[in-house]
Ligand binder design. Structure first.
Ligand SMILES: Cc1cc2nc3c(=O)[nH]c(=O)nc-3n(C[C@H](O)[C@H](O)[C@H](O)COP(=O)(O)OP(=O)(O)OC[C@H]3O[C@@H](n4cnc5c(N)ncnc54)[C@H](O)[C@@H]3O)c2cc1C
Length: 460
């Protein structure tokens, strides 16, 4: 965000807090990608529509401006989707999400948004013997469905040709992936929305919300009354009684090295590919045009599942862990300074897929639960939410992520300690496997609990 805001056209004009009572056709809560894409597609479909967007921070101030910038579709999850929704629905979801990856590049091109969109694909790599073959079931499912080109298996030598790390083994390559500078995309979207007449109010937390109709969003010093409302509040959804059963929140943390293009050249990682390993507790890494590595990992701590506290934005414990894991993967980066570290909350859904719908009032529409994979899919989410708000029955509103009820998590007071325990077990199991040892039967049992309970989370 710091880098993006240094570009005058991305910093843009200020959008002061709401200080009056307004009416609008649609009020959107949340200025992340989901809220902004919703506004974008509402204006695409009906340029005359009056849209007000309320954001408690600045647009992109949440995860949308601070993520790893991986832009993916959903092919990696096709097996689970086919089991849950059937082959036809699973294919439709993956094709729609794939179109969004391309469309984000096209949006940047069309509107002159320099978000560093780099469609170089994604390498999924085993960084320990235990991770080898984890892509196997997905490859088989893709073959069964006749779309085997989407994920291609790679030998160790082929992996090395993309990026050389002493811990990388075999892998698989996802053609469809891209990367962006996340805050540049968020701020570029904000610029386009302002050009199209969307009224944006930043530093404007919504304190009270009544569905109506009309829906009324009350802030500290004003209110918006609108026929339709879109709730695109991401992880803050756990503060809403209606969504709490369906969302769990965990953290994700990133460290960014100083520019070291010569070190990247030494390991051969000059193609701009996004890389993730197959630890259930995640390692995701990418380069930047000036030769940095951004390295991310997951984190979880007591009480976090209940509210979004400041530890999500910065937690030295998880940042130190990210640095250790970065150096394990790339020993030649040990003497490259770490220039920044940050984190953010992840809105986890039980199926690993976001869910969309309309409240019983008929005029309030929501899209949440991107589970750490929202950069690409929030573009699809914006189209779904625009269709819902316009009451259009179309291909977007018929998708399985709209028609199906989201899974429920166990209630508190079980949920937060349970999540902490399970996440800790998953991390310990992953760390033990990285070191070539077993984490023990108890840790293994706890780590696999979510799958046993039917969630699409954690190791098999
Ligand atoms: C560190 C990190 C790395 C990630 N890496 C990736 C990645 O590489 N690829 C990927 O696909 N995904 C990644 N993600 C996830 C991705 O960032 C999200 O899925 C995506 O940004 C979701 O967008 P959103 O608009 O739904 O939510 P958000 O970006 O969370 O936006 C919701 C907005 O609502 C606002 N808000 C909430 N409550 C209120 C209220 N009451 N009033 C007003 N405003 C409110 C918040 O301030 C926030 O700006 C990552 C996330 C993090 C934290």
């Amino acid at each position: 965000m710091e880098e993006a805001l240094a570009q005058p056209e991305l910093a843009g004009p200020p959008c002061p807090p709401l200080a009056t009572d307004l009416t609008a056709d649609v009020v959107i809560l949340g200025g992340g990608y989901t809220g902004m894409w919703s506004a974008y597609f509402l204006k695409e479909r009906d340029p005359g529509i009056d849209v007000v967007l309320l954001e408690q921070d600045v647009c992109g101030g949440g995860p949308s401006g601070r993520n790893g910038g991986f832009v993916n579709g959903w092919w990696s999850g096709i097996g689970e989707m086919a089991r849950r929704f059937g082959d036809a629905d699973a294919m439709e979801l993956c094709l729609a999400a794939g179109r969004s990856v391309e469309a984000i590049g096209a949006f940047c091109e069309r509107h002159g948004v320099d978000a560093w969109f780099t469609p170089a694909g994604e390498l999924q790599v085993a960084s320990s013997p235990a991770q080898e073959e984890r892509w196997g079931p997905t490859v088989s499912e893709l073959r069964r469905l006749g779309v085997e080109d989407e994920l291609v298996e790679l030998t160790r030598e082929e992996v090395r040709a993309i990026c050389h790390s002493p811990v990388f083994r075999r892998g698989a390559f996802l053609r469809e992936g891209a990367t962006v500078q996340p805050a540049r995309l968020a701020r570029g979207l904000r610029r386009v929305l302002l050009e199209r007449g969307v009224r944006i109010f930043e530093s404007t937390p919504v304190r009270r919300f009544r569905p109506g109709p009309p829906a009324v969003a009350e802030t500290l010093s004003g209110s918006v009354r609108a026929g339709e409302a879109i709730l695109a509040v991401g992880s803050w959804g756990i503060h809403w009684r209606r969504f709490r059963p369906h969302l769990a929140v965990r953290g994700s943390y990133i460290v960014l090295t100083a520019p070291a293009p010569e070190r990247l050249a030494e390991i051969g990682w000059t193609g701009g590919q996004a890389i993730r390993d197959l630890r259930p507790s995640l390692h995701y890494l990418r380069t930047t045009p000036d030769g940095r590595i951004a390295f991310g990992c997951a984190g979880m701590q007591p009480g976090l599942a209940r509210r979004i506290g400041p530890r999500f934005a910065y937690d030295p414990r998880f940042l130190a862990k990210a640095v250790r894991d970065l150096h394990r993967m790339f020993p030649s980066f040990r003497d490259v300074p770490i220039e920044a570290g940050w984190g953010g909350p992840i809105d986890v859904a039980g199926t690993y897929l976001p869910f969309f719908g309309t409240l019983p009032s008929g005029n309030v529409h929501y899209g949440l639960g991107f589970t750490g994979n929202g950069v690409g899919p929030s573009h699809l989410g914006g189209q779904i939410l625009a269709s819902l708000a316009l009451h259009a029955e179309d291909g977007f509103t018929r998708l399985a992520v709209v028609r199906n009820e989201p899974m429920r998590f166990p209630p508190e007071p079980l949920r937060s300690p349970g999540m902490l325990l399970v996440n800790e077990a998953i991390r310990r199991k992953d760390d033990a496997e990285d070191e070539g040892r077993s984490a023990g039967a108890v840790v293994d049992f706890v780590a696999r609990l979510p799958r046993r309970m039917g969630y699409n989370l954690g190791p098999r």
